[in-house]
Each structure stands twice: as C-alpha cells, then as structure tokens.
Design a protein around this ligand. Structure first.
Ligand code: PEP
Ligand code: MN
Length: 263
C-alpha cells in the first residue's frame, strides 16, 4: 500500500492543519530531549519567530546506555503540549511502547517511531491503528526495502498519514555518527507516495555538517528537514555535541530560507 504503483499521487500528511508532502518544504526543530518547561519554551519561541510549525522533543528516550538520561516520560509530553499550546505549534515526540500510543494521542500531533524501533512490529501496528500522523525513522542498519516494509505495517492497519525520515545508517565510516544516505530521498519518493524528511542531526552527529546536509536534503527533494536545537547545548542531557543553540539555529535557517520550496 505504500507503493507508488498502488497510488500515483503524493500522500499529503496533515499535521494540525499544516500539509506535509504537498510540494512545499518545512522544518521540524526542537531539543533532543525535553528537560524543562523553560528549555522547551525557549526553542519554541525561536522556532515560532522563524515561521516553523512543528516542534520536536523526546520524552521517552531510547538511549544506547541504560545509565544515560532516559527522558521525563509522561511529564515530558505534558511540558511539550503546554508549550505547543502557548506558541500554537504542533508537536512530535517519540513513543517507544505500544501501550503508550493511546496516551500519546492526547499530547502529540505526530507520533515518532525511532530508528531503534523501526522493526518493533507491535509498535508499528499500534501506530497504524490510531488516526494520528506518524513519523517513521529508518533503522540503524535497515535497507530501504525493510524501511518501506515497516511503513507498510502502519498503513496496513489503515493509517496512511506517514512521514518517512532518513536519519543515517551504520557504515564503517567514523567521520560522522552515521552515514547520511542522501539517495534514499529520491528513491523513497519514487518508490512510495509518502513524504520524506531528513534528520541532519542524528545522521551526521556533527554541528558543522548541519547546514550542508540540510541544503543537500532540500536540493534533492526532501519534504523537510529535522534538526535539534537546545538553548544551551553544553548542558543538554543528551546529544550535547550536535544540537544548535538559538543563534546557530537562526543562522542555519536564514541560510536555508532562500532555497526552501513554498507551496
Ligand atoms: C530522536 O530523533 O530523538 C532519535 C532518538 O533519533 P533516532 O531514532 O533517529 O536515533
Ligand atoms: Mn538526539
């Protein structure tokens, strides 16, 4: 059902009244993890000023080490929702447990399924069973066929509001955290009718690459770009090395603005 052969027209995903995949390009920004109301509100204010419509922030963090910050959980979703309402933004946050999908419906506008859960089939089915947009990230070592099959699990349950997100894959290269597979964008656009985003933060793990990779994503036809922004990355509880501060974010977005397609 995700195949272009089954449906020729692009699927437009509606996020709080805003279309994704209609030919325009947009951004999802926000901190790696929700840490406090003040932290999220600072990013929301900057995002709003730049005309961004979707705010991100992790509440349930799937960390590689069990001793790293695991996120604020439901409290994090509550903070996101409060900030989003105050700034009239849509919010996206990762859900890791199928049982939390129902709870998340009250707090988020888009359910994120993370790279580590791309083949958590019970989670995919649970996200497919609700009527809420889903942003599905490519698995750490998933082929594009496996990625599309994961999306198929969601759409097979009746939910076609799916955004695919390329976030880099595991290769032998150590210069970047993951290897951004930029050609995944046109391939996914050709093979499926779903919108495709590129997460420049987790694919590169390097602040100095956020601008060139975002330019590449927009130029190659991505429907949007995701990046992490934190008011004070040095004290961030996760991904402190690669999140932009507010000034860096403002510069980044102003450099990208001239090439963003608007519908
Ligand atoms: C995230 O976006 O917060 C995240 C953990 O990314 P990924 O699942 O791509 O590693
Ligand atoms: Mn992160």
């Amino acid at each position: 059902l995700v195949s272009r052969k089954k449906k020729a027209e692009d699927t437009v995903v509606m996020v709080k009244g805003e279309p994704i995949g209609d030919g325009g390009q947009s951004f999802i920004v926000g901190p790696c993890a929700v840490e406090s109301y003040e932290q999220v509100a600072a990013v929301a204010e900057a995002a709003k000023k730049q005309g961004i419509k979707i705010l991100r922030g992790g509440a349930f963090k799937p960390r590689t080490s069990p001793y790293d910050f695991q996120g604020l959980g439901l409290e994090g979703l509550k903070i996101l929702k409060k900030v989003a309402d105050e700034y009239d933004l849509a919010v996206i946050s990762e859900i890791v447990n199928p049982a939390d999908i129902e709870i998340a419906l009250d707090y988020v506008d888009v359910i994120q399924i993370g790279a580590r859960n791309m083949q958590n089939f019970e989670l995919l089915k649970a996200a497919g069973a609700v009527r809420k947009p889903v942003l599905l990230k490519r698995g750490l070592a998933a082929t594009l066929q496996e990625f599309m099959n994961a999306a198929e699990y969601i759409i097979a349950q009746g939910n076609d509001q799916i955004i695919l997100c390329e976030r880099g894959i595991r290769t032998y290269e150590k210069a970047t955290r993951n290897t951004l597979d930029i050609s995944a964008v046109p391939i996914l656009k050709q093979e499926t009718h779903l919108p495709v985003f590129v997460d420049v933060t987790h694919s590169t793990g390097r602040k100095d690459l956020l601008l060139p990779t975002a330019k590449a994503a927009l130029a190659i036809g991505a429907d949007g770009v995701m990046a992490e922004v934190h008011p004070d990355p040095a004290v961030a509880l996760s991904d402190s090395a690669q999140q932009m501060n507010i000034d860096e974010f403002n510069h980044w977005i102003s450099e990208l603005r001239p090439m963003v397609k608007v519908k």
